[in-house]
Design a protein around this ligand. Sequence first.
Ligand SMILES: [Zn+2]
Length: 434
Amino acid sequence: MLAPEVESRPWSEQLADDDASYRAQLAYLFDRSTFYREKLAGAGVDSPEAAGGIAEIAGLPLTEKREVKATCTPENPIGAHLCAEQSEIVRIYSTSGTTGAPSYVPLTAGDLDNWVTGSARSYAASGITAGQRIVSTYNAGPFVAGAALASFERIGLTHVPLGTGNTERLMLAVELLRPDAVVLTPSYAAYLVEWAAERNVDLRASSVVRVLVAGEPGGGEPAFRSKLEEGWGAKVTEAMGIGDIGVSLWGECEEQDGMHLGARGFVHAELIDPETGAATEVADGATGELVLTHLQHRAAPLLRFRTRDHVEVRTSACACGRTGPRVRCIGRTDDMLIVRGVNVFPSAIREVVSAFVPDVSGHIVVKPQTPGVKQEPPLPVSVELAADAEGGDALAEAIRNRLREALVVQTRVELVPWGSLRRSEYKSTLVEHS
Ligand SMILES: [Zn+2]
């Protein structure tokens, strides 16, 4: 552990500490944040005292990204949640934003340092240690993920930044510089397995013993993960952050049973039902949308921010000694479809289909026939066959049955030839609306 005294302290102590940080953060928001002063007053909360402590946090309203964005003006392009003076801000990141203009994420020197501290703990959880070498493949400079790169130096690693888009160069660096680890999106990690197989490059014989994945869900799904581990001959662990709150807030340890909160002390995590917004207890096995609150943030802190990440929680003790709840990301709330009342995540469909490797390639695309979230069964799913697989009705039927059993969803499975679904060197698109 990078900070054993922090990462292994009893969770009850952490929560007591977080309560004090939270109360101070609320006082700061009432003092400096136009956005939250107005928002909380609108909810009948007109002082930090009236808001109470962290145990009462579910009584406060949630924050949606679009609400914050709606307060941006030409005079204040960051938004009314900006609390710091311009002279206090050391960096402004952009979130790539899937829709429309980017959001700007300002940081004070302290905010940035906290980001790097949390991110370093999250990545170090993978088992990588000082003195080892890591190749990164994020074109992250302008984006929030760029801050994660500083965490590699913080761990004491030799960092080789390469970026996306030139696989030959990447593989040459892996061959010549012999890194212990690579960090990439799960989609790119999967792409490289195929890339290597097509060129008779033995990825398993490379120096890489750890593949650290982040940026999209998938790295924690058992079948998808084992496909990556098999292809790389390496251990795969995942990390996850959310641009508006912090980079690599969560990181998985070698037990591979969910991601620990590396940003503990800086961020408080809650679960809600994504449809009603009602708080769900953070209990073992609970699922819901992750809601995060800054505890020590200065530039533009957020309170009860909806991440749109749908997670499953584990609260059992972890053999690594880190305390606190762990999460596994099941999918993005934005990608979620509702088929006759049942929530379906495309990444969960991919996970079920991946169990049919080696008959299938593991690539899928869900093709909803009507716009919007609600869909009528059967839900069309294109499943790509493996390179020399024949396919056939029996396979399609078996996949359809397995999806129905595992996810309680009726699908129409169309088997498509190897190579017909688009590969991504960054993040995969699992849903294509017709
Ligand atoms: Zn652990």
